[in-house]
Design a protein around this ligand. Structure first.
Ligand SMILES: [Zn+2]
Ligand SMILES: [Zn+2]
Length: 120
């Protein structure tokens, strides 16, 4: 952990947090972090587009779909990362707060179904 992080000046981005786990504690700051994987798909033809993150935003890397030229897209949250999606998906490291008391409850409320913003 850097001294800046320790002093709260620089916010930890948890970048050393492992990709291989669903959740865990950041090795740098000790915060509880969830890895959430997202795919970006073309809203016209539904092909996967390479996703990137900017801050906490998920965006497609290219400005338009390489398959059909459409610029609109939707974001799909993955339950877990499939190996076939690894070149397309991006991860957001989220530290849910408040954590200690709400964790068990939040876990139960999670639905098994993937929520798609737009049906394909
Ligand atoms: Zn951290
Ligand atoms: Zn398309």
């Amino acid at each position: 952990m850097s001294i800046l992080t320790l002093l709260g000046i620089k916010k930890c981005t948890h970048e050393r947090m492992s990709f291989n786990v669903d959740c865990g504690y950041c090795p740098d700051c000790g915060e509880y972090v969830e890895n959430r994987w997202y795919l970006v798909r073309c809203s016209c033809c539904g092909v996967k587009r390479i996703a990137i993150t900017r801050g906490n935003e998920i965006l497609p890397k290219e400005h338009f779909c390489k398959n059909c030229g459409e610029t609109t897209y939707y974001i799909e949250e993955l339950k877990r990362l499939n190996i076939i999606d690894i070149n397309y998906a991006t991860v957001l490291r989220i530290s849910p707060k408040p954590l200690k008391q709400n964790f068990a409850q939040a876990w139960v409320q999670e639905t098994p179904e993937q929520k798609l913003l737009c049906g394909v």
